[in-house]
Design a protein around this ligand. Structure first.
Ligand SMILES: [Zn+2]
Length: 229
């Protein structure tokens, strides 16, 4: 999902990036990020295609990343803060980029990043996952619908984003910005905002400290603040 364009406000501000430890892919690690029934499959893909794999700190502008250079080879990273289902989905999204690069490397520039070659690869990579009891039924239904014509980013399919969110660890104060009413106060990173009005997929929000206005995607995960806090 390296091509995501949903720049959350001020992504370059270091206070907006949460540092998490990078860990190497290790299928025997009990804290591995994949759903257990999918570990062997994902490990196999890693061995077969020989890429560097990194569990990355949470990035606000992308969930995962595929890079290739003759010097460093193929590199894939996936954000470590994703729940296991979203992690697996993002991992296979990036492996699909790698396969597309293998197939179409000679005609770079003529293959769109999320074009039909990539879509086909992604669909094929997901097949074994659907054939095994990996996803809960509700998520599986949404995913299969999504896979008919996968979007470049998870954020491009709100139904999928909401389905994944149901499996996030429940953190009492975390809500999606779309769930807040105008006038409600929330925190994003270390800053405090008041939601004003919604414009299509984004909300106009006023930063309390500066009075500056920002547009924030309605799918942003925010921490709500109550008056007596
Ligand atoms: Zn992508």
């Amino acid at each position: 999902m390296a091509h995501a364009k949903n720049n959350l406000i001020n992504a370059s501000n270091p206070s907006f990036t949460s540092a998490a430890k990078a860990a190497q892919f290790n299928p025997t690690n009990p804290a591995n990020p994949f759903p257990p029934p999918a570990v062997a499959y994902c490990h196999g893909l890693w061995q077969q295609h020989g890429f560097q794999f990194t569990v990355a700190r949470a990035r606000r502008t992308r969930l995962g990343d595929y890079r290739h250079s003759p010097l460093t080879g193929h590199r894939i990273s996936v954000n470590g803060n994703l729940n296991s289902y979203a992690f697996l989905f993002t991992y296979l999204h990036e492996v699909a980029h790698l396969l597309t690069q293998h197939q179409c490397g000679g005609r770079r520039g003529r293959v769109r990043p999320h074009g039909k070659e990539w879509k086909l690869n992604f669909q094929r990579l997901m097949e074994p996952v659907f054939a095994a009891p990996v996803f809960p039924p509700d998520l599986r239904t949404v995913l299969q619908r999504h896979l008919a014509n996968p979007a470049a980013t998870t954020a491009g399919d709100p139904a999928l984003l909401i389905a994944f969110r149901r499996y996030d660890e429940v953190v009492a104060d975390h809500r999606m910005l779309s769930e807040l009413q105008p006038g409600e106060t929330f925190r994003l990173g270390s800053r405090t905002f008041v939601k004003e009005i919604t414009r299509r997929t984004r909300a106009l929000c006023r930063e309390v400290a500066t009075g500056r206005k920002y547009t924030v995607p309605e799918v942003a995960s925010v921490v709500t603040i109550t008056e007596d806090q």
